[in-house]
Design a protein around this ligand. Structure first.
Ligand code: UGA
Length: 400
């Protein structure tokens, strides 16, 4: 083990190395070796979105077959991967069909609620742990695994397996709906001369609503919310039901990059031949993940309008280069903004929250700033002579 983590997650490298050194953690590419002496086997392989929007289960089923072939004493097989309702039941059959000696095993669904960028904190201090099981023996083993969390009074929700599977999709879909809701309010706020921030703040103070996930901007990206909202729509369809609220949330989210480009056009006019600086490529701060990031769609739309793009991201540029090798990748936000007609703040990394507008006002070719994450105040930027726009705050000075 070299202690090298192939993706960016703050603190994970140290945590892994420490546990390897203290012999609590080891790695192997042999499933047989990994399963030897284990009481519980977690399946955490990916379930990517297939062309049609459903979760692709081929990796989960493949590992299920292999587990079935190797199982030689009682174990609990736990799905951590986000899988559609009914997958554990299916997996149980797949494993059962491969068993050589009729050995007993149980399934458990134990969905994860970690956020990229703060997954260690989310793991150590979760809001809840959901354990979906259909046997006492499996429940006991799962509770034993999570026993250290009892000390911090973490609520444990014990459910049936299908219920636990649905909890995961319902939770992520609800978060997505919340984000799309506030993004629609942002659009309405612009139209009626209101301020979405104050609306969100006042709404969030109602404990039944809560203040989290009410930040308007470019909408939800990443490997989870876009995938899981599409998957629940499919799950519902197959069950003869409809998730019309989630379908609307997906549509609202899809339209946002286009709105951002329209705002850019209002700030600088025709975009053809304009130099545009994009600050942030990751789907959110503190990650190098660009899956379903709004930046991808923005780059596509801006390039189609003939913009020359200069981009910066503290962690995600290498990943972005794999898809867009020909962009102008810059070493700092300032290098990206130099000579630009317009700067677009795409991801609210900390280092973009305190930009030197004095310097920028001299170094940019045009003074226009589109703040897609609503980090700055209009009056602050106007002080430096910038034309400014964001999402959900009526533009009373109206540069357009
Ligand atoms: C999400 C969930 O928050 C986790 O609970 C869940 O475990 C995880 O998916 C998963 O299924 O594995 P994550 O994808 O890491 O976590 O990211 P979030 O923090 O949920 O953010 C998702 C997207 O929504 C980002 O693009 C973010 O910029 C956007 N967002 C978030 C907003 O636009 N507004 C907000 O108020 C909050």
């Amino acid at each position: 083990v070299k202690g090298v983590i192939p993706f960016y997650e703050p603190g994970l490298d140290r945590l892994v190395l420490k546990n390897v050194e203290e012999k609590r953690l080891s790695f192997t590419t042999s499933l047989a070796e990994g399963m030897k002496d284990a009481d519980v086997v977690f399946i955490a392989v990916q379930t990517p979105m297939s062309e049609s929007g459903e979760a692709d289960l081929k990796y989960v089923m493949k590992v299920g077959e292999e587990i079935g072939e190797l199982l030689d004493d009682y174990k609990v097989i736990v799905t951590k991967s986000t899988v559609p309702v009914g997958t554990n039941a299916e997996l149980k059959k797949v494993i059962g069909a491969k068993l050589k000696n009729g050995v007993a095993f149980d399934m458990a669904s134990n969905p994860e609620f970690l956020r990229e960028g703060s997954s260690i904190e989310d793991f150590m201090r979760p809001d809840r742990v959901v354990i979906g099981v259909d046997s006492e023996r499996a429940e006991e083993l799962m509770r034993e695994i999570y026993r250290p969390l009892y000390l911090s009074d973490t609520p444990m929700v014990r459910t049936g397996i299908e219920t636990a599977e649905l909890v995961k999709y319902a939770s992520n879909s609800f978060l997505a709906v919340k984000i799309s809701f506030i993004n629609e309010i942002a659009k309405l706020a612009e139209a009626v001369g209101a301020d979405v921030f104050d609306v969100a703040k006042a709404m969030g103070l109602d404990k039944r609503i809560g203040s989290k996930f009410l930040h308007p901007g470019l909408g939800f990206g990443g490997s989870c919310l876009p995938k899981d909202t599409n998957a629940i729509v499919h799950i519902a369809q197959e069950a003869g039901s409809d998730m019309s609220i989630v379908r609307s949330a997906i549509q609202v989210n899809r339209d946002i990059p286009q709105r951002a480009v329209a705002k850019a056009e209002r700030l600088v006019g025709d975009l053809a031949g304009r130099k545009v600086a994009l600050l942030g490529l990751a789907f959110k701060p503190n990650t190098d993940d660009i899956r379903s990031a709004a930046s991808l769609e923005l780059v596509k739309l801006l390039e189609a309008r003939g913009c020359k793009l200069a981009v910066h991201d503290p962690a995600a540029m290498e990943n972005f280069k794999l898809l867009h090798p020909d962009l102008n990748y810059c070493q700092s936000p300032y290098e990206a903004c130099e000579g630009a007609d317009l700067t677009i703040l795409v991801t609210e990394w900390n280092q973009y929250r305190q930009l030197d507008f004095n310097w920028l006002s001299g170094a940019m070719a045009g003074k226009a700033f589109l703040d897609c994450r609503n980090v700055y105040d209009r009056p602050h930027l106007e002080k430096f002579g910038f034309k400014y726009d964001c999402f959900g705050r009526a533009d009373h000075s109206s540069p357009a």
